[in-house]
Design a protein around this ligand. Structure first.
Ligand SMILES: CC(C)(COP(=O)(O)OP(=O)(O)OC[C@H]1O[C@@H](n2cnc3c(N)ncnc32)[C@H](O)[C@@H]1OP(=O)(O)O)[C@@H](O)C(=O)NCCC(=O)NCCS
Length: 222
């Protein structure tokens, strides 16, 4: 498997993978990104494709939904603007190639590239029961900053990472909350906690929340 930058000429293939995933999981789980929002940032060097034997089997795309950006900023309480440098990712891996850490590597590479371009804010939205996606987001230090309605009636987490000033957390404050319990998560987020980890068990999926800490009090940086 090799990872390479996506180019504008690959727009058709990206749309085809997105279409296939929509048929597989439906819009409740995956919100399709419109063509113009995908194409407008393909030239920026933050979108990557995974290839096996020259076939595109996974994509991670930096897209731009300008109307949504101020809504995300308000919901998370973070003053994000385009001038500060902003990347928003969606990612898809073809079903036959899942579980091989392809999405994880794509995200890792994209965050590395974003840091090199001095992008400050990285954002990704995710369905509350998308375990694979949540695992790779947390492994790449994305933090849940909002839980609730994002696209109309759809319930999502908004995850964020500040690449210039990483948000430190206090590991000793960790509390687990069922990922389906949106009210409890909204409450803990309002108490200055962020989601940083996931635990799966027979009783379901739980998100680990830790309290935000100022740099000098941090016990660990995620
Ligand atoms: C989410 C998605 C991109 C993950 O791709 P992937 O390459 O299979 O992910 P990875 O192999 O990097 O796996 C990440 C973690 O999730 C785990 N995982 C993978 N599939 C899983 C599943 N169906 N259920 C639970 N865990 C799963 C992996 O074991 C791995 O965990 P680990 O680090 O503890 O080993 C892929 O499942 C997908 O395309 N889903 C449909 C589209 C979508 O939901 N995109 C995300 C929203 S933008």
């Amino acid at each position: 498997m090799k990872i390479e930058l996506l180019k504008k000429s690959q727009l058709g293939k990206i749309l085809a993978i997105q279409e296939a995933v929509l048929e597989e999981v439906g819009e409740a789980q995956f919100s399709p990104v419109p063509r113009n929002q995908i194409s407008c940032r393909l030239h920026q060097g933050l979108s990557f494709g995974a290839y096996v034997d020259d076939n595109l089997v996974g994509v991670l795309v930096n897209f731009l939904d300008e109307a949504a950006l101020p809504i995300y900023a308000t919901k998370m309480g973070i003053p994000i603007n385009l001038d500060a440098g902003y990347a928003q990712f969606f990612y898809i891996v073809a079903p036959a190639y899942r579980g091989q850490r392809i999405a994880n590597q794509l995200l890792n590479q994209a965050i590395h590239a974003a840091r090199q371009q001095d992008v400050q804010h990285v954002v990704a939205t995710v369905a509350v029961d998308n375990v694979a996606s949540l695992k790779m987001l947390f492994e790449n230090r994305m933090q849940i900053r909002y839980a609730g309605n994002v696209y109309g009636e759809k319930i999502r987490f908004i995850t964020h990472q500040d690449l210039r000033t990483p948000q430190n957390v206090d590991n000793y404050s960790r509390q687990y909350i069922a990922s389906a319990d949106i009210a409890a998560q909204q409450k803990i987020i309002s108490q200055q906690f962020v989601g940083v980890g996931i635990q799966t068990s027979e009783s379901g999926v739980a998100i680990g929340y830790e309290k935000m800490a100022p740099p000098e009090q941090a016990t660990h940086q995620r």
